[in-house]
Design a protein around this ligand. Structure first.
Ligand code: SAM
Length: 290
């Protein structure tokens, strides 16, 4: 077995030998706990049939574990200083493709086409926290060919992703994630498992993309417009949020009617509506548009 990268001493050695310095703006907190890496691969259920898209391999700690379990790993790293290090640390794994790119500027469809013949990939990453929401939203909203997403994120963001209606964590992110996926927090990870230590706890969450849409016959664009308005001003009632923020141009009276058809109470706030109720409200509003 090739020497493990994810130990405190080995990580320190690699960093020092290469005179590498951590860049805060790239969210560089490297995992130094081998058990956590094994658990991430297990949560993602990686087998020799899988092609994995890893976002931000760092010095290759997670990449190494994935390479040993998957058919192929495509690792996208923004920091050019990490590329020669990765070539050293995981260069021996012939099933790893390293690309020096910003994932937010990458044509993910073209990448999946060229690297995996257009077949679905599994996304696995210890995500730089500043891109958590944009990257997850890109994968979901643009219907990328992804089977599952297993990612380390800030614990509170993971909680928001799987929050149910009525809870304080429930919001537009919860709805977007649960509209497209089932979500499950696999484990909570303390700061001591990283180098350098982040200020907050982290969690690994797995999102399984739904094969069938949760809400059938719902206008997706209108649904997400309504959700965005509903949570844009959290303390306002749903009615006022929709009236003030939406570009729908309906009178208060018409919106009141649509809301009452779904939840009876016109003073309800957005956070009290389930996904299904947002779906029904979307259909009511769509009917009014016709
Ligand atoms: N996977 C490694 C680990 O678990 O130790 C490193 C994880 S570290 C939290 C995040 C990594 O993502 C860093 O290597 C960072 O340089 C990289 N990164 C940050 N922004 C990125 C972006 N937009 N596209 C690709 N990689 C990015």
């Amino acid at each position: 077995m090739i020497e493990r990268i994810a130990t405190p001493s080995q990580t320190k050695k690699i960093i020092e030998q290469n005179s590498f310095y951590f860049k805060k703006n790239f969210g560089q907190n490297f995992l130094i706990d081998g058990n956590i890496l094994e658990n991430i691969a297990e949560s993602a259920n990686i087998t020799k049939q899988d092609c994995v898209l890893e976002i931000g391999p760092g010095i290759g700690s997670l990449t190494q574990v994935l390479a040993e379990k998957a058919k192929k790993v495509i690792a996208i790293e923004i920091d050019k200083h990490l590329i020669p290090i990765l070539q050293q640390t995981i260069g021996e794994y012939e099933n790893v493709v390293i690309k020096n790119q910003d994932i937010l500027k990458t044509d993910v469809d073209a990448l999946i086409q060229s690297e995996n013949d257009g077949n679905a990939v599994k996304v696995v990453a210890n995500l730089p926290y500043y891109i958590t929401t944009p990257i997850i939203m890109d994968l979901l909203e643009n219907h990328r060919n992804v089977e599952s997403i297993t990612v380390m994120v800030q614990k509170e963001v993971a909680e928001r992703m799987q929050a149910k209606f009525g809870s304080k964590d429930y919001g537009a992110l919860s709805i977007a994630v649960q509209y497209y996926c089932t979500a499950k927090i696999d484990m909570v990870v303390p700061p001591s498992c990283f180098m350098p230590k982040p200020k907050v706890s982290s969690a690994v969450i797995t999102l399984h993309l739904r094969k069938e849409p949760l809400l059938k016959e719902v206008n997706e664009t209108l649904f997400f417009h309504i959700v965005k308005c509903a949570f844009g001003q959290r303390r306002k009632t749903l009615l006022n949020s929709l009236y003030n923020q939406s570009k729908l141009g309906f009178s208060k009276q018409m919106l009141t009617q649509a809301i009452q058809n779904v939840v009876l109470d016109e003073k309800v706030r957005g956070e009290a509506l389930s996904l299904e109720q947002f779906g029904r409200l979307t259909n009511e509003i769509e009917k009014m548009q016709k």
